[in-house]
Design a protein around this ligand. Sequence first.
Ligand code: COA
Ligand code: MG
Length: 322
Amino acid sequence: MWSFSIRLARLFDDWRIAAHAKACHKIAMSTSPKHSPPRRSLLSVPAINQRALNKVHDLNCDGVIFDLEDSVFPEKKGEARDNLRRFFRQTPLEGREGVIRINGMNSEFRKEDLELIGELAPDAVLLPKVDGPQDIGEVAGLLAATSPGVRLWAMMETAGGVLNAAAIAAADARLDCLVLGLNDLRKETGVLPQSGRAYLVPWMMQVVLAARAHGLDVIDSVFNDFRNTEEFMVECAQGRAMGFEGKMLIHPAQIEAANRAFGPSDEEITEAEAIINAFADPAAEGLNVINMDGKMVERLHLEQAERLMAKARQISERKMKA
Ligand code: COA
Ligand code: MG
């Protein structure tokens, strides 16, 4: 799947995991540069929808979330698992992440879902409706023997989950990414679906903060009105400004806008190059802060610029591999 470069990244990650495990009760000191692949556009594909599964290889999303949970009718869970078996064996994803969203751990589907994860070894398993760190710990324990290489992602979509965001983010070294789920959160809390998401913003930022404090990626929620391109673009820009790495998507029509909004823009690349060049100038040697055309630039901006350029390189590599 996400082949050589992600394996290298994982070697680094394994080292990070070991360090993290030692101190997982502590807050990681900073958002150390992530070595995760691009996650601008993560398309949810109902595992029961064979036509949609057939389309995935032609779509330019950074990753795919194969859904066994809410988009699959209870009586069809078995058929959906079989579809994924066929997909992973016959037409596996190349060069991008494949994540399986399983059903809740209290559901009757738990045993067969976890067996499927053991069988297919996706890049990650996405746990729905995570309420607290114990939910992560339980699945991490169950998967430790059968699927040691599979990472954990958590849906943040319950009131309890948002309240416990920091503890969830610190729960296990295999946790890699938090994904916000506003449909369920609105349902539980009664917050209305309004453009601008004003009443949800404090909770969203709490999830962003928790994820970043523990060095995790964080993904913005789906946008249901998939024909409303204009408002979708506004919401993507808002998500990017809030610190999200990308967006969970429900429809192919949303992919390009999400890629644009969450990827580095031409202006950002130009600015990053200017910062890198400015610090590479011998005149900047021994300086931690410089004047760049009337703007204070510190070495922390250099780190940000290097990170942005690395992300831009990853994105163009991802395009070549997919
Ligand atoms: N992944 C891949 N292909 C998709 C897709 C998806 N998520 N959503 C739609 N498509 C395909 C359709 O299959 C269709 O192709 P086809 O004509 O060859 O069948 C094409 O894109 C156009 O689809 P459209 O007619 O506009 O929509 P639809 O009525 O087929 O589907 C939804 C609309 C909302 C039901 C569908 O997009 C969907 O199920 N999305 C994901 C829902 C989900 O995962 N929910 C759980 C997480 S919140
Ligand atoms: Mg949900």
